[in-house]
Design a protein around this ligand. Structure first.
Ligand code: TPP
Ligand code: MG
Length: 569
């Protein structure tokens, strides 16, 4: 009888044999992957068998979109690429939203998909679709594995491509007969760990490092925006050193949030527009001039604008710049800081008035909104909910935002306390990332707390995988800002079409998400009085279970960002 455990077998003619699924698992392990996210299908089961042998954890979810988002999230949290494995046809099309999200968010991951047998190519096999053609525009690499011997080789290729410029997803389709076949181990190319791709920590042009050191040394009113790539490149320490050595006020966005903790003298949040309007030098690090930046139009016209990015295609896009540097943003910031020492650096003393000016404005804006943040109104004002969540967060709490208006509100209020502790979908604006990100986050770092704020609409897109969190024992604090509507869209419709015609296609039922949580074996509570928010959150934390606190919020309150609707412009 064949032994379960190691399915590589000695064939009678001598050579050791290995099946395609086991080659997949070996290649994943060589890349440092310890977990795959998947939903089963007959086309891919040999991969599971290989994962058992290699000790790779199999996290089986209820929808392939969740598998793909979780792989994206896992990559963001761990710094190694994520991996989702899905079956052919609908399994693959279900995963597409997750791949698209990772593509726009510059998140490295591999999607492995099943396909009908090569021997039945284009004959109409079950679940056959042109997956590679479908995936190509939203991946950095998409290909079919043509032979079992090439499986591990092509996986290494796919990972290499994930790191071409800004990171992103790759896709590999493995036909069923190619995956299930066994081949002579000696004939299969099996790239060895650490030997099939190189470091991409490039510094760019050394002359540009000197030029930037010069610009910054002489700047009177500089500011810096630390974007997502600061975290992607794990450039946090370099960024902090840069900001402190040069005494530059810093704003943070995306995964760059938390680079500096709230309360740090260089941490600014409310005054970004003010600073972009007044600064003489603006350094944009690892974030594109897209809709979140008003396509670069909100920067003072005559300011010296410097852009640092891993992707050459982002530099100077939508707005002319004074200087661009392409490379690893952490490495570049480190080099610039070093280049500044021994040069003119107005930082320490001469920028004091500029820092004070910004701080005074920051304090003024904060006190202006304090009344709304602490409002006792019922129904609960969304700002009050966000305020309470911010108070609730600990240093180790990873905050995930998944929703429309309620998450826009939270963007101005919730401040992660440490680097890498903020997760949002990124520029694709995908609703439904919350549960999959929470799964990935808690699996990757069980010692940390995960706090996720959902819109009531967003939660339902992937909410059934709350059950996966129960099944895998992944406690987290979930909060649903429940306004029984797709409110961010509803606002725009009401503004455009009025009350009578504006409430079409955007209202939802009053769903008891707390009961949904308890039904699935989690912890649930509902909250109507603002004073009950904090105690309910504390009880959710203490429950040690996946939880949903269903907070009924005012459907007639809208975030300023929603009212400006800049995301569509
Ligand atoms: C997958 C997906 N579908 C649709 C949208 C468009 N959209 C953006 S915000 C929004 C409303 C979100 O509603 P909810 O999650 O309840 O949050 P709320 O705005 O009510 O606070 C919608 C439908 C989107 N961004 N992503
Ligand atoms: Mg809603």
């Amino acid at each position: 009888m064949a032994e379960i455990g190691d399915r590589t077998t000695k064939a009678e003619e001598g050579g050791e044999k290995i099946s395609g699924g086991h080659l997949v698992a070996k290649a994943l392990k060589n890349e440092g992957i310890d977990t795959i996210f998947t939903l089963c299908g007959g086309h891919i089961i040999d991969i599971y068998d290989g994962c058992l042998d290699e000790g790779i954890k199999i996290v089986d979810v209820r929808h392939e979109q969740v598998a793909a988002h979780a792989a994206d999230g896992y990559a963001r949290v761990t710094g190694t690429p994520g991996c989702a494995v899905v079956t052919a046809g609908p399994g693959t099309t279900d995963a597409i939203t997750g791949i698209a999200n990772a593509f726009r968010a510059e998140s490295p991951m591999l999607l492995i998909g099943g396909q009908g047998a090569l021997s039945q190519h284009k004959m109409g096999s079950l679940q056959d679709l042109p997956h590679v053609d479908i995936l190509r525009p939203i991946t950095k690499f998409a290909a079919t594995v043509p032979a079992t011997e090439r499986i591990a080789d092509m996986i290494s290729m796919a990972f290499r491509e994930c790191y071409h410029g800004a990171p992103g997803p790759s896709y590999l389709e493995i036909p069923r007969d190619i995956l299930d076949a066994t081949v002579d181990v000696r004939k299969a190319r099996l790239p060895q760990p650490g030997r099939y791709r190189a470091s991409i920590k490039s510094l760019g042009d050394p002359a540009d490092i000197e030029a930037l050191a010069d610009i910054l040394g002489h700047a009177k009113k500089p500011c810096v925006l630390l974007g997502t790539q600061v975290w992607t490149c794990r450039g946090t320490d370099a960024a902090i050193n840069f900001v402190k050595t040069l005494n530059i006020p810093a704003f943070m966005n995306g995964a760059g949030r938390g680079t500096l903790p709230p309360g740090d003298p260089h941490h600014f949040q409310q005054t970004r527009r003010y600073a972009f309007d007044k600064a003489d030098v603006i350094v944009i690090v690892g974030t594109p001039f897209d809709f979140r930046m008003g396509y670069g139009r909100r920067l003072r016209e005559d300011a010296t604008v410097v852009q640092i990015d891993i992707d050459y295609r982002t530099i100077g896009k939508n707005r002319d710049i004074s200087l661009g540097l392409v490379g690893d943003v952490g490495a570049i910031l480190g080099a610039v800081t070093q280049a500044v020492s021994g040069r003119v650096n107005r930082g320490t003393n001469e920028r004091k008035p500029w820092m004070e000016e910004l701080r005074a404005e920051e304090d003024r804006l904060q006190s202006d909104r304090m009344a709304r943040l602490t409002s006792d109104a019922q129904p609960i004002h969304p700002l009050r909910l966000c305020y309470e969540i911010n108070e609730f967060l600990r240093e180790d709490s990873v905050y995930i935002g998944d929703g429309g208006d309620i998450v826009t509100f939270s963007g101005g209020v919730v401040q992660p306390k440490s680097p890498g502790h903020w997760m949002d979908p990124g520029p694709l604006g995908t609703l439904g990332v919350g549960v999959p990100f929470a799964i990935a986050c808690k699996l990757a770092q069980p010692q940390k707390e995960v706090v996720c704020l959902f819109g009531d609409g967003a939660f339902t897109l992937t909410g059934w995988d709350f059950e996966t969190m129960v099944r895998f024992n992944l406690p987290f604090v979930g909060i649903v800002g429940n306004n029984s509507a797709w409110n961010q869209i509803r606002f725009g419709q009401l503004a455009k079409y009025g009350r009578e015609r504006g409430e079409i296609g955007n209202k939802l039922g009053d769903v008891a998400f707390d009961q949904f949580a308890t039904m699935l074996g989690g912890y649930g509570e509902e909250v109507r009085d603002p004073h009950d928010i904090q105690p309910a959150l504390q009880r959710a934390r203490a429950s040690g279970k996946p939880s949903l606190i269903n907070v009924w919020i005012d459907p007639e309150a809208y975030a300023p960002g929603t009212m400006n609707q800049t995301m569509y412009r």
